[in-house]
Write a protein that binds this ligand. Structure first.
Ligand code: NAP
Length: 289
């Protein structure tokens, strides 16, 4: 069975590696800076026993042939650096396990489109070498015509994993939720639930949703155009949470704004549309970091 190579052994990369190992697929981490196996403990909020992950590590320069399967699970701004030394061919299947969209554009061989992975599961680091699986919700894969041959075996071990026919709409719904909740909570340094309580944040959320709906309706007339209630439902369901962008700003780390709102602006520009609220929030986030 061919090895799955992983770029980015953080929260989501470790969860994917865990499911792949459960399904019987070997997983190797690609990292330049260490040769020793990576050891991380996964704990589960639902009370399941913890699991000690041990992943062999290989430097990308030591690969003797291009990977057949590669998962990119680093944060979007680090994609180019992470992929830099990895030899890829048109036969490499790349799984993009990242928020936002378009973060691998221009980084893959001609004609290679990544398999997109969108998840509403949540994992957080809760110790130097320990990550907690907070929620195993839905995960959708798509971007190709049909599910690849390994999909059935993996989905038997990856809870709530599917290959839905309406993948693009689901991916866009997640993108809009991220494009509204992430920058607003990051700029105002508030938990997600504040969007339900603060009238000014509600007004800005409505503007951002309206512009995203305008773009997606132009791209696809079947787009439902009901982003605001959907985004508010996500803010309500995650009311006590700190968004990843707020956490990145607090740490002084680069945010995923370019792959989220920046992606919307690039798609809009190609349609001859302007999205002033998204332009303003990208500018505000850029001056913040
Ligand atoms: N966490 C969640 O619950 C969740 C949910 C849905 C979607 N997502 C998305 O999933 C993606 C990954 O998020 P995450 O929470 O897993 O992030 P994370 O915990 O910060 O993990 C990212 C990993 O990438 C590694 N990395 C950074 N630069 C690299 C490079 N040049 N080469 C190889 N590895 C590199 C980091 O290594 P170091 O630690 O050594 O820097 C880190 O282990 C993001 O797009 C995020 O928005 C996350």
């Amino acid at each position: 069975m061919s090895t799955w190579y992983l770029l980015g052994a953080g929260n989501m990369g470790l969860l994917a590696a865990y499911y792949l190992l459960q399904a019987g697929f070997p997983v190797t981490l690609l990292r330049r800076d260490t040769a020793s196996p990576l050891r991380r403990r996964l704990t589960f909020a639902d009370g399941r026993p913890s699991y000690d992950l041990i992943l062999p590590v290989l430097s990308p320069a030591a690969l003797t042939e291009p990977p057949r399967h590669l998962i990119v699970a680093c944060k979007a701004p680090y994609s180019a650096t992470a992929l830099g030394q990895v030899p890829l061919t048109a036969d490499t299947q790349v799984l993009r396990l990242q928020n936002g969209l378009g973060s691998l554009d221009g980084l893959l061989p001609e004609g290679v489109l990544p398999i997109e992975v969108v998840t509403t599961s949540a994992v957080k680091q809760d110790g130097p070498e320990q990550h907690q699986v907070v929620a195993e919700n839905e995960t959708w894969m798509g971007g190709g015509d049909a599910a690849p041959d390994w999909f059935e075996q993996l989905s038997a071990h990856w809870p709530n994993l599917s290959w839905p026919t309406d993948f693009q709409h689901r991916q866009w719904h997640k993108l809009v939720a991220n494009a509204v909740i992430n920058p607003l909570t990051a700029l105002h340094d508030v938990p997600n639930g504040r969007l339900l309580e603060d009238r000014e944040l509600q007004r800005q959320a409505a503007e951002l949703c309206r512009e995203a709906d305008q773009l997606f309706t132009a791209l696809d007339p079947t787009w439902p155009g009901d982003s605001l209630p959907r985004v508010m439902a996500v803010a309500s369901a995650t009311a006590g949470n700190t968004s990843s962008m707020r956490a990145d700003v607090r740490k002084g780390a680069r945010t995923e704004i370019d792959a989220i709102n920046g992606y919307l602006l690039r798609r809009a520009a190609a349609q001859g549309l302007s999205l002033p609220a998204h332009e303003r929030i990208v500018a505000a986030m850029t001056s913040e970091t």
